[in-house]
Design a protein around this ligand. Structure first.
Ligand code: NDP
Ligand code: 8X3
Length: 251
């Protein structure tokens, strides 16, 4: 079988890590990315037992780091078949008038510009080969604005727009582009949003069964393994207990 190579951003935690683990079990070669090098080393050690793995440590929001890292890939990992644009987080949860400028910069620089830089570094080779797959991890925050979500929502609305823009512009190059928009997934996401306040973070997932990172990984794997003529545009995925960004059936 023609073995595929996947490039996963945000592979050190949550959805990205679960996707890396599932892809490895299914014999997909992996380029794992993130800022926390100890976690990259650990994951490489775990997954190298079952597939070929290399790691790249860089910050997606730093243009030079992105391009230098991707240019530094060993020859055998340079052909990338699947790009999973997953790295991202919410920083803070507050009204627009109380918003923190550093949080705004982080969300726009990482969730939007970071996704663009990584895509810009990888898409040309897919265009040249007339083949490739991009999965963008959006959010229900990119479908619905909720109280205090303002800038995080704006960043995910941008991901939604870029997903559509990519599909249109890459259409004549046979490149498939899909977005997955999860509701509440129990990862380190809320710890980052609440700046390490674990009690506040845990409370987000209390009283209902949240999605797990593995649930989203399953869906990503399903999307990228459809027959060549099938492109899933857009999937919105909630936990059963969630009906919208603000309607949660908590115990
Ligand atoms: P986690 O916090 O568990 O994982 C976030 C990942 O992104 C980490 O691997 C982190 O790696 C990486 N990352 C963050 N900032 C940067 C950066 N500047 N440069 C490089 N990598 C970065 O959260 P999730 O797994 O939940 O989040 C993954 C994606 O899913 C995000 O885009 C998020 O917005 C989206 N999402 C999450 C939902 C949820 O409820 N959890 C719901 C909807 C969407 P490191 O720190 O090592 O750099
Ligand atoms: C993460 C889900 O509802 O916190 O994107 O925005 S939410």
């Amino acid at each position: 079988m023609n073995q595929k190579t996947a490039f996963i951003t945000g592979a050190t935690s949550g959805i990205g890590k679960a996707t890396a683990q599932l892809f490895a079990k299914n014999n997909i070669r992996l380029i794992l990315c993130g800022r926390r090098s100890e976690r990259l080393i650990q994951l490489k050690e775990e997954l190298s037992k079952i597939t070929d793995v290399t790691t790249l440590q860089f910050d997606v929001s730093k243009k030079d780091e992105v391009f230098n890292a991707i240019e530094s890939l060993p020859k055998e990992f340079q052909k990338i078949d699947i790009l999973i644009n997953n790295a991202g987080n919410a920083h803070g949860l507050s009204t627009i008038q109380d918003g923190n400028l550093d949080d705004w910069d982080a969300m726009l620089d990482i969730n939007v510009k970071g996704l663009l830089y990584v895509s810009k570094a990888i898409l040309p080779q897919m265009v040249n080969r007339n083949n490739g797959f991009v999965v963008n991890i959006g959010s229900i925050a990119g479908k619905e604005v909720y109280p205090n979500g303002n800038v995080y929502c704006a960043s995910k609305y941008a991901v939604n727009a870029l997903n559509k823009g990519m599909r249109i512009d890459l259409n004549k190059h046979n490149i498939r582009v899909s977005a997955i928009h999860p509701g509440a997934v129990e990862t380190e996401f809320s710890e980052v949003r609440f700046k390490g306040d674990t009690d506040k973070a845990k409370n987000v997932y209390k009283g209902f069964k949240a999605l797990q990172a593995e649930d989203i990984a399953d869906i990503i794997y399903f999307v990228v393994t459809r027959p060549y003529h099938v492109n899933i545009e857009d999937l919105v995925v909630y936990p059963t207990a969630q009906a919208s960004a603000t309607i949660l059936n908590k115990e």
